[in-house]
Design a protein around this ligand. Structure first.
Ligand code: GLA
Length: 375
């Protein structure tokens, strides 16, 4: 396929991964999130092809070229196809299901988001494909629908019951801002997040411990939250505002899960308010760390590598640190003085070495732009 983009309508689209500043496991509880887009993401090169044909290639899996027909896509079971291909194929199916005809297409995918690091490589992939298909076949589809298409592709065709955090971040984030999103109303606001001005850096530690959204723990947390909401007589845990209410939950596990969601929503609102008011971001540090403790103790989705990175970063002087994404592995963020960034990274590396964990990959991030056509 290299060089085979012979049709005239060839273009290139990019969608980023994300880190979430705060607001974890709140999205499927109809709550609040506050992500920022990474400069890392997926590039999708796309061309219109003869009707009914789909060809896919990923530079991360060059031996896995996929050539199928639209009719094949309708057939049940894609078990013969590589897992990465389920994302673009799911997006194509979802376009078609919604009445947006994808006549025939060839896609080449290339990602700079580390896989399994909790940095939304999946949303970067599905959103990059979705905006390419939109521009080629259905230009009037609004961003909100693209978010739903990308999310449904993952939920239905990959089988991971995620919320809308990752796809919303990839589609809606803007450079220099965090995205405050109310998942219930889908209203959002861009809030300036200028770390340079305060001589700060946001470090990401990719701990290299793979997270396994697909292996059932994530779905179990969703089910526990739904069960807690049902027992409390509300549609979603978002609707519980007072911690006093959760005393009515008989099961201590459900009580802890609910407490995480309620306190996490409050933390998002608090951080958003501080940043909106132009506060020195150092002020949000303790709120980020409290978010980690809540994910570790109440939601029980942390992992030894994540706890080690958070603890070592805080000892090294970080203002706040927390795991990001679904958990059970993946990445940690830490808010540090720029002058302390190298020392903090070294402290985390040393702590990992002492525990014989793989060396984490460390990089600093500033809020980047959301999904867009680049060529
Ligand atoms: C994963 C999911 C998101 C969200 C986070 C936890 O990244 O894809 O929808 O639930 O976990 O905040």
């Amino acid at each position: 396929m290299p060089g085979s983009f012979s049709e005239s309508r060839v273009g290139r689209w990019f969608a980023p991964g994300r880190v979430n500043l705060i607001g974890e496991h709140t999205d499927y509880n109809d709550g609040f999130v506050l992500p920022l887009a990474l400069p890392l993401g997926t590039t999708c090169t796309a061309a219109v092809r003869p009707a009914g044909t789909v060809r896919l290639r990923s530079l991360q899996a060059p031996l896995d070229e996929v050539a199928v027909t639209m009719a094949d896509l309708g057939a049940t079971g894609w078990s013969e196809l590589p897992t990465w291909a389920h994302y673009p194929l799911g997006v194509i199916r979802e376009f078609e299901r919604r009445g947006h005809e994808v006549r025939g297409v060839e896609l080449e995918l290339d990602s700079t988001v580390p896989l399994g690091a909790g940095l939304s490589s999946s949303a970067a992939l599905s959103c990059s494909v979705a905006i390419a298909l939109r521009d080629l076949f259905a230009p009037s589809v609004p961003a909100a629908e693209i978010i739903d298409i990308a999310r449904t592709a993952e939920n239905v065709y990959v089988g991971v019951p995620t919320g809308v955090l990752d796809q919303s971040a990839s589609m809606l984030c803007t450079a220099g801002h965090v995205l405050f999103l109310d998942v219930r109303t889908r209203e959002y606001q861009q809030i300036p997040f200028d770390l340079d001005r305060f001589d700060l850096q946001l470090l990401v530690f990719d701990t290299g411990s793979p997270h396994h959204l697909m292996d059932g723990e994530y779905a179990q947390r969703r089910a526990e939250c739904a069960a807690a909401a049902a027992e409390l007589g509300v549609p979603f845990l978002r609707d519980v505002t007072g911690l006093a209410d959760i005393k009515r939950l008989a099961d201590p596990v459900l009580r802890r899960r609910a407490r995480h969601v309620i306190t996490e929503n409050a933390r998002v609102l608090r951080v958003a308010e501080e940043l909106r008011g132009g506060a020195d971001p150092r002020a949000i540090g303790p709120v980020l760390s409290a978010g980690h403790a809540s994910l570790r103790d109440d939601f029980e989705v942390s992992a030894p590598q994540l706890d080690t990175a958070v603890a070592a970063a805080l000892v090294a002087g970080a203002y706040g640190a927390r795991m990001v994404g679904g958990g059970f592995g993946g990445s940690v963020i830490a808010l540090v003085d720029r002058a302390r960034a190298a020392a903090t990274a070294a402290a985390v590396r040393d702590a990992f070495a002492r525990r014989s964990f793989d060396t984490p990959r460390t990089f600093a991030v500033t809020p980047a732009a959301g999904a867009r056509r680049i060529e």
